[in-house]
Design a protein around this ligand. Structure first.
Ligand code: KG4
Ligand code: ZN
Length: 377
């Protein structure tokens, strides 16, 4: 079984080919109607994804990790960098320009032609609607032309799946922390293709806070990697940031207070781009963001009592966050899994992995041309 997956939810044009070869052991499950619009993990505070209410008994799910034959990611960073953030109109235009070449490269690196593809997968949302529509239309065109099934995938579910691509045997229940440029959320997963939202950010996502501070200092876009690079070697205790606490027992996050505190430090200490204190400041900010995230994981562990922890999303590339997350897991005697960096940021391999599971559970032979894009979780 070969899947060609496409991801264009934001500012990366990505295509991947995955091969599912080993049927392995199987777990039974349920599936939604094929025509139902995908609803990702962010849409519910309780329940499963796909929604259990719409479920019908369906095929068992193979427990194996597919092989990634290619995973091409073309970043649009250079297009958006002059604006300090993603410009949606430019993003969709850029996807239109590059998608055919990216898909062609994914097929050629995998050493296959379109005739060998058994299944098409595409990100439906959440994301920038114009960008999503480029990938979705392209995938629909291919699936219709080749008369093969097309599976819509939720972007957040795909990020969570990235860890399972490299570690198919992760023990459930799993507590998942997703940290990206658009989302920061905690999920409980009891079985494959199932997740319940435990908490999410009430304002900025963690990546967004990093991007905004970098933009304010004129450091470039995306902010996370720049802050990591320029903060390396800085003293993370140099600037006093406090980990924000919520008054209720909620597992929600909030980063707007931290962002305001950072802007206050910048103004009070007159920190500028080539300031000798810049590394200390960036290391301190990065540290408090990492501690805030891990603090919520600690609270969630008390409630969920998971067997494993998963960290995913673009910000999971950050070495400081990876270290804090692993430190916490070791102290709590829990297994922790973090995808390798290239699988943390947006990529089509994670989309293909979800599609293979969905298709294994609910096989269909026809392309679902009713799939629609959705902007919000
Ligand atoms: O998951 P992703 O590729 O796209 C979204 O779905 O949003 O995440 C992008 C985010 C951006 O905010 C970027 O600044 C952040 O991930 N990021 C990082 C690092 N690499 C990317 N943040 C901190 N450290 C990094 N090394
Ligand atoms: Zn993402």
């Amino acid at each position: 079984m070969l899947v060609l997956a496409i991801e264009t939810s934001c500012d990366e044009t990505s295509a991947a080919v995955l091969r599912a070869s080993d049927p392995g052991t199987r777990t039974s499950g349920t599936c939604p109607p094929h025509s139902a619009a995908a609803q990702g993990p962010g849409t519910r505070t309780q329940g499963t994804c796909p929604p259990s209410s719409a479920s019908v008994p369906c095929s068992p799910l193979p427990a194996y990790a597919p092989e990634i034959l290619s995973n091409i990611v073309l970043s649009q960073d250079e297009v958006h960098a002059p604006y300090g953030g993603v410009v949606p109109e430019l993003a969709s235009r850029q996807h239109i320009k590059t998608i055919a070449a990216v898909v062609g490269e994914a097929l050629s690196r995998a050493g296959i032609g379109l005739d060998a593809v058994n299944l098409y997968a595409v990100t439906q949302g959440p994301g920038l609607i114009g960008s999503l529509l480029v990938g979705l239309s392209f995938a629909k065109g291919l699936a219709y032309y080749r008369k093969k099934p097309l599976v819509g995938v939720d972007h957040l579910e795909a990020h969570l799946e990235a860890s399972f691509l490299e570690n198919p045997g992760i023990a459930y229940p799993v507590l998942g922390l997703l940290v990206s440029g658009g989302h920061t959320a905690l999920y409980r997963m009891d079985e494959p293709l199932s997740c319940a939202l435990l908490g999410r950010t009430r304002d900025d996502a963690a990546g967004e806070a990093l991007d905004k501070i970098a933009k304010f200092l004129g450091l470039g876009y995306p902010g996370g990697p720049v802050i990591e690079k320029l903060g390396r070697g800085g003293d993370p205790k140099a600037f006093p940031f406090a980990v924000p606490r919520t008054k209720d027992r909620s597992l929600d996050f909030s980063f707007s207070g931290l962002k305001t505190a950072a802007l206050k430090h910048i103004r009070e200490h007159r920190i500028v781009r080539d300031d000798p204190r810049l590394a200390d400041f960036l290391a301190s900010f990065e540290e408090v963001v990492a501690r805030t995230l891990v603090d919520r994981v600690r609270a969630a562990v008390e409630i969920v009592r998971p067997r494993s922890l998963v960290l995913c999303g673009g910000v999971a590339r950050n070495a400081r966050l990876r270290a804090r997350f692993q430190d916490f897991a070791r102290g709590a005697a829990l297994d922790a899994y973090i995808p390798s960096p290239k699988l943390c940021t947006d990529n089509a391999a994670m989309v293909g992995a979800v599609a293979l599971k969905k298709h294994a559970r609910c096989p269909t032979e026809i392309p679902d041309l009713d799939l629609d894009a959705y902007a919000r979780a």
